[in-house]
Design a protein around this ligand. Structure first.
Ligand code: ATP
Length: 328
């Protein structure tokens, strides 16, 4: 089955500073927030995008939604190139690609009722439907009683607001949902409820989901595959369970070790990364992770690593991986 979404060699740039200032300083006027990223997602599959703040996750989401233009590379949705789509075409595409924003209460208009919020996408896209019946159907689908339609966002708990966000995202029967930090700010028990809901929606509706998160528990709970981002690049990609069991990239190892684990032995093995992620405005020479890598050798500062395939759908970029010989 060919992927529903195929991204190839995507590069997204932002202005580094004012153009005149950049020219005066002899600096590059733009920098790459996303640098040569490729991935695909099939219908019914969930891909997790993980990385520290500033690694470029939201920029990928914004580019897929047509809110930011790609500098180069290709984005194909259902076989169609969409990276150069017009604003009108993107407006149509939003029926098929839905976004679940990070802050559900903040992203829901405070003056609209839940009923109006959930059915607003139908109105925007001129879809004829019995809105009251659609609202009931969507609320029931996400486990909320129909009488929630009369409530306002401030009357919802965090978990209920997240459910309304899911219902709204599903209103137009999308084929791809981009979920930005779907559990941020929720208690552990509510997080599990929301994740179960997403997993259930995916199985029931066969949609593809791209989950963007810092939270590795979220990734482990609902994704089939994961991509670890550092400075706008993927440093490791592969099946989620495989990476959790045997990561190859030292950055992945450090992220996994920092994940809260009930097992005290695992907690002792926590790796603390030195310093902060460098700025993509001034990329380090060689391997871009070398300044923070506990295994770095002189060669790492000199030469950027290429992509190494390590078994089915598993790949990484590191000169001295921690996973041993390829299991391909
Ligand atoms: N509008 C913008 N103009 C200039 N630089 C930007 C803009 N938006 C993001 N950046 C920069 O691009 C890089 C990637 O940012 P991005 O928000 O995509 O990262 P992220 O991984 O989603 O972070 P977070 O988890 O905090 O949302 C960062 O260096 C950020 O400072």
């Amino acid at each position: 089955m060919s992927p529903l979404l195929e991204v190839e060699n995507l590069v997204v740039r932002y202005p580094a500073m004012g153009r005149v200032r950049a020219a005066l300083k002899g600096a590059e006027p733009e920098f790459e927030a996303v640098a040569d990223v490729s991935f695909g997602i099939k219908a019914g599959e969930t891909l997790g995008l993980v990385g520290e703040s500033g690694s470029g996750k939201s920029t990928i989401a914004r580019t897929l939604m047509g809110l930011k233009r790609a500098h180069s590379g290709s984005i194909r949705f259902d076989g169609r190139e969409i990276s150069d789509a017009s604003a009108q075409e993107y407006a149509r595409l939003r029926r098929e690609i839905a976004m679940m924003w990070q802050d559900p209460v903040g992203s829901l208009s405070p003056r609209l009722t839940v009923g109006a919020l959930v059915t607003e996408p139908l109105k925007i896209h001129g879809r004829r439907a019995d809105r009251r019946a659609e609202c009931k159907r969507l609320l029931e689908m996400v486990g909320l009683p129909a009488n929630f339609a009369g409530r306002f966002p401030h009357q919802l708990s965090g978990g209920q607001a997240r459910r309304v966000g899911v219902a709204r995202a599903l209103a137009l029967d999308p084929r791809l949902v981009i979920a930005d930090e779907p559990t941020a700010g929720l208690d552990m028990s509510v997080q599990a409820e929301v994740l179960n809901l997403l997993a259930e929606m995916q199985t029931r509706l066969g949609i593809a989901i791209l989950v963007i998160t810092h939270n590795l528990n979220v990734v482990r709970h609902i994704t089939d595959r994961m991509a670890i981002m550092y400075l706008g690049r993927f440093v490791e990609t592969g099946p989620t369970e495989r990476i959790f069991h045997a990561p190859c990239h030292p950055y992945t190892e450090a992220l996994l070790s920092a994940n809260p684990e009930p097992d005290p032995d695992a907690a002792q093995a926590r790796i603390t990364l030195s310093g902060e992620m460098p700025s993509p405005r001034r990329r380090p020479e060689g391997c871009e992770f070398h300044s923070r890598c506990q295994y770095a050798r002189p060669e790492c500062a000199r030469r950027a690593p290429g992509v190494t395939e390590h078994g089915p759908q598993h790949a990484f970029t590191c000169h001295f991986p921690i996973c041993g010989p390829s299991a391909a």
